[in-house]
Design a protein around this ligand. Structure first.
Ligand code: SF4
Length: 498
């Protein structure tokens, strides 16, 4: 089976602060509610209970897991819900108030109906939850266990992993196969991903979908740059992105040159502050690591897209430009239709969007390798699986839009991941704030450095991406549970929460 995971699964529009602890549990609860309806059990349900096991129980409160479960039980979906309807859905729930199960069936519900069981670890995955619906006499009508396996993906007990199983024209199981396939067909990694997406949807749908993802990412960056104040939770962490934005704008207004590297960090902080505040965020590939790809893509959009380097120079390994004009694989120029009716600004915007599509498709092709051959879940592999994977995806995406060859892209992703190996997950207070927010800014910077190093080489290098993915997998297995999203080790036990 191919390792390819669709860009539309890896990058899903949802809510903060966590893909595995907020988005996944919300999806599980919504799916459970939908099952009650589809099996006609809904009208007989008199009560609901939910047990959150392992990491979901350990850091669930700080990650908004019970709030997400309450929202999901009401049939709300992360993609479309107003983030305000999730933020304190459980925390502020008045005991005994009626809950509209699946959006319509009223049952009494209290906060105690959700139980935290951090010491219970189910064998299927560290992030497990069991939902039970009971009749008025206490008999269990339906009971299901779900695993939130990272990046907002869920799996129901007894069900096969939910990886896109549709046959794709460019199946690959590792980076070496992906590179060989691209060589054989004379295409870029982004083009291979586009053709795999084409097996599921039209070119127009791919372009529109990728643009929607980018618009949500860009909106999140901009929202984070404009919001100030203090983040929710006991740590009282001050938001910094808007302060840095004001400083950088002032520097420019005084006639000094732009400072792209500092903007890069501000973009990442902006997304992760929005995430920590429970705002609208795109998992990339998780929420905790959601700032890295948008920051690097925005850095390219604002400071490199018009540099004359990059997409226009990106050709296949055989030197031709192939693929869909819609996705920008004809290079830097606008299509003739666009050029005829558009002004320069519109043409520049269209070309930037093409670059972003290439960036996202390349990142998805690489992210699939981490998801299938190692992990993108902090509860499974530590932060190397979340921030490390995101950094590698961003490095590969940037290398692609800067005109890198497939081997330079693979090299950039390998460099970025190699230097995150062993990174632990130890969020202070169980909140996705310290070290997560700053860590995204640092990783965005690492992604840019990795892309630069790879672009200065010829793509040959000592450690392959496949080797580093396998090393990440093994390191994740060896890593103590204390460092896997339990807040039982590292910074989480050495920083005093006050
Ligand atoms: S430390 Fe890393 S893996 Fe853990 S919650 Fe923060 S960003 Fe996610």
């Amino acid at each position: 089976m191919s390792a390819y995971v669709s860009a539309f699964e890896l990058f899903s529009i949802g809510v903060g602060p966590s893909s595995s602890h907020t988005v996944g549990p919300m999806r599980a609860a919504a799916e459970f509610a939908a099952r009650l309806r589809s099996t006609r059990a809904l009208e007989h349900v008199a009560s609901i209970s939910c047990a959150l096991y392992g990491s979901l129980g350990a850091t669930g409160i700080g990650h908004g897991t019970p709030d997400a479960v309450v929202a999901g039980l009401q049939g709300l979906e992360p993609e479309t819900v107003d983030p305000d309807a999730v933020r304190r859905a459980w925390s502020d729930w008045p005991d005994g108030q009626t809950l509209a199960l699946a959006g319509s069936h009223g049952i009494p519900f209290s906060r105690d109906d959700i139980v935290l069981a951090p010491r219970t670890r189910l064998p299927g995955h560290p992030n497990a939850m069991t939902l039970a619906a009971r009749a008025a006499d206490g008999a269990v009508l339906v009971e299901e266990t779900y695993y939130s396996v990272g990046g907002g993906f869920i799996r129901r007990e007894g069900e096969a992993p939910r990886v896109a199983a549709a046959p794709v024209p460019f199946p690959y199981t590792d980076a070496a196969t992906l590179l060989a396939l691209c060589d054989e067909h004379g295409i870029t990694i982004a083009e291979a991903a586009r053709r795999n997406e084409e097996a599921l949807r039209s070119d127009e749908e791919i372009a529109e979908g990728l643009d929607r993802i980018w618009d949500a990412m860009a909106s999140c960056v901009n929202a984070g740059l404009s919001h100030d104040g203090v983040l929710p939770g006991i740590l009282k962490v001050k938001r910094r992105a808007s302060v840095i934005r004001a400083q950088l704008e002032e520097i420019k207004a005084e006639g000094h040159r732009e400072l792209p590297g500092e903007w890069l960090g501000a973009f990442a902080l902006a997304v992760n502050e929005e995430n920590a505040a429970g705002g609208r965020v795109v998992t990339a590939p998780t929420n905790g690591a959601a700032g890295i790809l948008p920051a690097v893509a925005m850095y390219w959009w604002r400071f490199l897209a018009d540099s004359g380097l990059g997409v226009g120079n990106a050709v296949t390994p055989h030197g031709e430009l192939v693929g869909s004009a819609l996705l920008g694989f004809h290079g830097h120029a606008a299509t003739p239709a666009e050029a005829a009716g558009w002004d320069d600004a519109q043409v520049a915007e269209a070309n930037r969007r093409r670059g972003i599509r290439r960036f996202l498709l390349t990142a998805a092709a690489l992210g699939s390798l981490f998801k299938n051959n190692a992990s993108i879940s902090g509860a499974e592999g530590g932060c190397q699986a979340e921030v490390g994977s995101a950094c590698a995806m961003a490095a590969g995406g940037l290398t692609a839009v800067m005109g890198g060859t497939n081997r330079q892209i693979e090299n950039a992703a390998e460099i970025a991941m190699e230097h995150h190996l062993g990174l632990t997950c130890d969020p202070v207070g169980g909140l996705v704030q310290i070290p997560c927010i700053e860590r995204n800014a640092i990783a965005a910077s690492t992604a840019v450095t990795a892309a630069r190093l790879a672009l200065r080489g010829d793509g040959t290098h000592y450690v392959s991406l496949d080797t580093v993915v396998e090393t990440m997998r093994q390191t994740g297995i060896d890593m103590s549970t204390k460092y896997k999203e339990t807040s039982e080790g590292g910074l989480a036990v050495n920083v005093i929460e006050c």
